[in-house]
Design a protein around this ligand. Structure first.
Ligand SMILES: O=C(O)CCC(=O)C(=O)O
Ligand SMILES: [Fe+2]
Length: 326
């Protein structure tokens, strides 16, 4: 069934868009040594201008990443009877598999994807609700989630150094929570008619995305879509809405989407670093210049999430209720 095209959903069409394999690649091994200040500045500049970047030599073992991506693929390939217990359209279920967006019944357009998502914090508790098949799912994904969180915190620490904030600024409640969102895009007979994920910015603080070896991620920059060519054993790092708000728009969240292809299935894993639900988010005073006023009012992160999900991530609208106009 074809659903109506909403005003902010644009189909990718058949036109060829530029694919970019020179999107900033940060070598994180250099952040351990005397190049640290330069790396922090590089990350900051990328986050301000490009709104996202890639990292290599990131410290997450390659075999762990391969095992994790394989276990995700195996999950989606399981027969339906093995996945049915996880399948749900109930937004309140923390671990669930669903098709298209999290709001299938009310969305204007269906997407060509399945999504499995679950919290990763606190690990000892939430691991109990993760899929039990494939049998190695819990063990491998637990190790992966610990490594992805470590990587995210290292990047946040570099960002905080680059912004001139104290060490550990993004620690504690601002980055306490985490969520894995695994996308599976089966081959699509006509990729010009639909999308894998429609355009959005991530609602969180920071995303550590593994996009596998198949192309599909596009980022909106200077009025055009740019394809992000996969780089083997790299992670794509996205600035989320919360970093934009805390930095009083010094950093900008990255608008992106995923397109499908007709040849092969594509599986990607987005590790979302989130504030805790009750964490109060507001522009940090030290990031409001003397000639500026705060661009956003304080709010609890859970309020942002509720609003984001009711607007289905519409990037034009989801900051509005929190904006202050000078
Ligand atoms: O699959 C991709 O390349 C992007 C996925 C994404 O943007 C997300 O899960 O938030
Ligand atoms: Fe995203």
């Amino acid at each position: 069934m074809e659903k109506l095209v909403s005003s902010w959903f644009t189909r990718p069409g058949n036109h060829v868009i530029p694919r970019c394999n020179t999107i900033l690649v940060v070598d994180l091994s250099k952040a351990l040594a005397h190049d640290r200040i330069a790396i922090a500045q590089q990350i900051l500049k990328a986050s301000q201008e490009f709104r996202f970047f890639q990292v290599v030599n990131h410290g997450v073992p390659e075999n762990l990443v391969t095992d994790t991506m394989n276990v995700f693929k195996e999950f989606f390939e399981l027969p339906a009877e093995d996945k049915v217990s996880v399948y749900s359209n109930n937004l309140k279920r923390p671990c669930r598999l669903y098709t298209s967006s999290s709001n299938y019944d009310h969305e204007n357009v269906h997407l060509w994807r399945d999504n499995l998502r679950h919290p990763c914090h606190p690990l000892e508790d939430c691991i109990k609700i993760w899929p039990q098949k494939p049998t190695r799912y819990r063990e491998i994904v637990a190790t992966y989630s610990i490594e992805a969180k470590k990587l995210g915190l290292r990047i946040l620490e570099l960002l905080s150094e680059g912004l001139g904030l104290g060490s550990g600024f993004f620690g504690d409640k601002l980055s306490e929570s985490s969520l894995l969102s695994v996308n599976h895009y089966p081959p699509c007979p006509d990729p010009s008619l639909t999308l894998g994920v429609s355009r959005h910015c991530d609602p969180n603080l920071l995303t550590i995305l593994h996009q596998g070896d198949e192309y599909g991620l596009q980022v909106f920059k200077d009025g055009e879509w740019i394809g992000v060519e996969p780089l083997h054993n790299a992670f794509v790092v996205n600035i989320g809405h919360q970093l934009q708000i805390i930095s009083n728009n010094k950093l900008k969240s990255a608008e992106h989407r995923a397109v499908t292809n007709s040849r092969v299935a594509r599986t990607t894993a987005a590790f979302f670093i989130n504030p805790s639900d009750d964490c109060v988010i507001e522009p940090d005073k030290s990031l409001i210049d003397t000639n500026e006023s705060p661009a956003y009012r304080p709010f609890q992160f859970k309020e942002f999430l509720l609003n984001y999900s009711s607007l289905m991530g519409n990037p034009e609208k989801c900051l509005e209720p929190f904006e202050l106009h000078a």
